[in-house]
Every structure is written in C-alpha cells, then in structure tokens.
Design a protein around this ligand. Structure first.
Ligand code: FUB
Length: 339
C-alpha cells in the first residue's frame, strides 16, 4: 500500500501554475493591458460531445467570455458572454482563438469561425468597452482566411494581423492563394519544401480591413535558410503572437503536433525572422497557445493546459512570468515543476 501511494504521487504532475479560473473552461488566452488593467480574450471551451479528430471538430465553441484582472495574481473577473455565435450573421460553427485591439475609443474583437460552408474566415466585432458586449460586422474581413488572428500595434501606431494555422486551421487549403477544399499541401508529403508560413498583413486605419497584400511570415534558420516542412520541432503550426522588446520584433508560435512554443526574432513587423529558441516545453494536452504582454515593467506569458479536465478540448488558462536574457533571448519555461 505504501509503495502504491508513493508511486501514484510520483506520477501526478506538479504544474508550475494554477488555472486562472475554474467556473468555465478557457483556452488560447490573448492578453492586453487596457486602461491599466489586464484583459484576457480566451476561447470558451465546451463539451459538445463531438469525437476528437485531426480537423479539431471537438473544439465546437459557441461564445466568448472576456476576463480581467487588476494585477497578476489578483481576482479574475469573468464578464460573461461578450458575443454569441448566433449574433454573428455569417458564422456556421467553431469560434476559435480570438484577439483584441484598441484604437480611437473603440475596442476590436477579432475571431476565427467557420462560415456556413465550413470554411474558416476571420471576423471583427466592436465595442466601447474592453469587456464587451461586442457587435459583429455582417461579413468576415474581406480577404481573410484560416484561424488564430493576433493583432499587434507597433510603437508608431500601425497595426498588423498575424494569422493562420495548418491541419484543422485550413491554411494548407490556401497554399496557391485561392481556396481549394482538397488542398493537399499539408506538412505531410512535402518534407523538403519550405514549411507553410503564418500570414501577416497591415490593418487599415478603421481596423476592420486589410491594407495591402497578405504576406508570408518567413522563419529562417541560423544559416539564413527557410525552415522546412519536415522540421516539425521548429516550423510554424498555429497560435502566432508578436511582441516588441528593445526594438526587435519577436514572432512566437506553436509547433502543433510537436507541442512546443517557439520564437524567432526580426527587425521589422513583416520579418523575415530568424529562429531563436523555445519559449515553453509541452504542456499537458495536445494544443499549446499563448500570448505575451508587458505589465508594470515585467513580461508575462499567458497559456493553457488541461489540468482541470484532463481532456484535450476542455482547457484552462494560466499565466507565468517570462524573462528575456541580456542578449535578447528568452528563458525557456517548463510548465511543470521539477519533482
Ligand atoms: O481553440 C481551438 C484551436 O486550438 C485554436 O484556434 C488553436 O490555436 C488551438 O489552440
């Protein structure tokens, strides 16, 4: 008996941090500082009873709740439903990872959702309050596709959207520039070609349109060559984020099937970016998705795992400090405590 207890204790993971809330399941946390407070824009995971598959059909979310905190470690407020899928005229199913931005008195909520033909596009909704409620535009952002929008506003006031995700995120279906439902250019079968890239585009002044062409976010290895499709440990999969630190642009992302959060550094918002290292080792759960924000002189990474449920599609968000080294690299975070 004593032996059994000892080994059971040894197997129980010791998580680095605790879930921020437990009244609902949350994932894909995009954190921003608005009016001196931290606002978190996460996915709201639900159990829709849909079996797990590689398309991610089990992620069948139907609304968003926005959360806020006065400070890291403080009480987390759940502001309730900010927008429901039934209030998005063009939406079919699956409200995935959102993001938010602010300009000229208006807050913008960006969200990926499948349209009524089951094709992912990115929509935008507006509010005068960072916690919503948000009102959706009647159509998706023209020219948008795939998932996981991350909107970065540079110090000169220009905003850029990074977006895309392969496999269930459908980015491979747009590999030729046009939609192809049978698009087969996934990371399977094209091992020695450059990996599919995340996309980046400048936002228009009204923050509701793309201004100019959608470009590839090129990630180079240390020899200056684009990362290859076969490099599953380093190539982009989904969940991009951008932060600026000491004048450099840090593009970070998930490697999906290998479950790492990685980052690459560049001199401009459009890149190119040079692979620089791992942000975080794999969490418990299949997906890994983060955001990075500065608050009162410290940097934080918001992320998720499945500590509360043990189920892939029922996740919970967390936060921990992120540290830049003197040379600009970032200290890799282990989401588990050493036992
Ligand atoms: O939450 C649904 C999807 O799972 C997100 O869009 C991906 O980034 C992954 O976290």
């Amino acid at each position: 008996m004593a032996f059994y207890q000892a080994s059971a204790q040894k197997q129980k993971p010791k998580f680095l941090t605790e879930p921020l809330i437990s009244n609902i399941y949350t994932a894909d946390p995009s954190a921003h500082v608005f009016n001196g407070k931290i606002y978190i824009y996460p996915s709201h995971d639900i159990d829709a009873g849909i079996p797990e598959n590689d398309n991610g059909d089990h992620f069948a979310m139907r609304d968003y709740h926005i959360l806020s905190m006065d400070y890291i470690g403080g009480k987390v407020t759940d502001h309730g439903v900010a927008i429901d899928i039934k209030d998005i005229p063009w939406a079919g199913r699956q409200l995935w990872a959102p993001d938010a931005a602010y300009k000229n008195g208006t807050y913008f909520l960006y969200f990926p959702v499948k349209d009524k033909k089951d094709v992912f596009h990115i929509g935008v909704a507006t509010s005068k309050n960072p916690a919503g409620p948000f009102k959706a535009q009647p159509q998706p952002i023209p020219g948008s596709f795939s998932i996981d929008p991350a909107v970065f506003t540079d110090t000169d006031g220009s905003s850029y959207m990074y977006f895309g995700g392969i496999w269930g995120g459908q980015l491979q279906r747009w590999a030729t520039g046009k939609y192809d439902a049978n698009g087969s250019k996934t990371d399977l079968g094209h091992d020695n070609e450059p990996a599919l890239s995340c996309k980046v585009v400048k936002m228009s002044k009204d923050m509701m349109h793309f201004d100019g062409k959608v470009k590839d976010v090129v990630i180079l290895d240390k020899q200056g060559k684009p990362l290859l499709t076969k490099d599953h440990d380093h190539r982009f999969f989904e969940g991009s984020w951008m932060h600026k630190y000491k004048g450099k642009y840090y593009f970070s992302y998930s490697t999906g099937d290998t479950h790492y959060l990685e980052y690459a550094i560049g001199d401009k918002p459009f890149g190119p970016f040079t692979y620089a290292g791992m942000l975080m080792k794999p969490v418990q759960g299949w997906t890994t998705h983060h955001s990075i924000v500065e608050f009162k002189g410290k940097w934080y990474i918001f992320y998720h795992d499945t500590e509360l449920s043990g189920k892939t599609h029922l996740r919970n968000i967390k936060v921990t400090e992120l540290k830049h080294n003197a040379d600009g690299t970032i200290q890799t975070i282990d989401p588990f405590k050493a036992s």
